[in-house]
Design a protein around this ligand. Structure first.
Ligand code: MN
Length: 213
């Protein structure tokens, strides 16, 4: 039994068009995301084998692979849920996502400031990476992270609640080298209901990091 499994898309391949083409969604989910799931499962097996044989020569590389594939699986699982063909705009109290709207305003000064920061963080990734909105439990604030690959440059303990994939496979077939245009278009498919749900859940499980001695 594999530990990790590929989640089904919550919509069909064409649901996010014209922002993201069906061809990109199909390849991205069925090939790229699937490869991270397989990679995480394979690496866990290789680590089990290393323990059985007490053969630790490859442990450094295996731990790196685990971080890469597992983080890829987690971020993509969030990514699909973060998007909807009925999305976009900004979170509003009238839509039942007022707590998220308030948290963004408190943490970034304004929605416009937050949007600009996340857009820039995603668009200026060097090589492969992500722009991520995360809940940081020590401060109780939202922060933006610019993630390298899937796992680098993150603050420990922060929970991603809105993720923009800035790897070339996320946009190149449609946007070619215009990463800035892709990131700008992404805002039209953000599912604020899903982001708000993740914000509430992240806030409610902070005690694990705040344990008193
Ligand atoms: Mn991706």
């Amino acid at each position: 039994m594999p530990v990790y499994t590929l989640p089904e898309l919550p919509y069909d391949y064409s649901a996010l068009a014209p922002v993201i083409s069906p061809e990109i969604i199909e390849l991205h989910h069925d090939k790229h995301h699937a490869a991270y799931v397989k990679g995480a499962n394979d690496t866990l097996e290789q680590l089990a084998e290393a323990r059985d044989k007490e053969s630790w020569g490859a442990v450094n590389g295996l731990e790196k692979n685990l971080a890469f594939h597992l983080s890829g699986h987690i971020l993509h699982s969030i990514y699909w849920q973060n998007m909807t063909g009925d999305g976009g705009g900004e979170p509003l109290a009238a839509d039942g996502v007022g707590e998220l709207a308030d948290a963004i305003a408190e943490s970034f000064g304004s929605f416009a400031g937050f949007k600009a920061q996340l857009s820039k963080a995603a668009a200026t990734t060097q090589g492969s990476g992500w722009g991520v909105l995360a809940y940081e439990p020590l401060s109780g604030r939202l922060i933006v992270e610019q993630v390298y690959d899937h796992q680098g440059n993150v603050g420990q303990g922060a929970t991603p609640i809105l993720v923009f994939d800035a790897w070339e496979h996320a946009f190149y077939l449609q946007y070619r080298n215009q990463k800035v245009d892709f990131i700008e278009a992404m805002w039209a498919v953000v599912n604020w209901q899903d982001v708000a749900r993740r914000y509430a859940a992240a806030k409610s499980r902070t005690d694990v990091l705040l344990l008193a001695p």
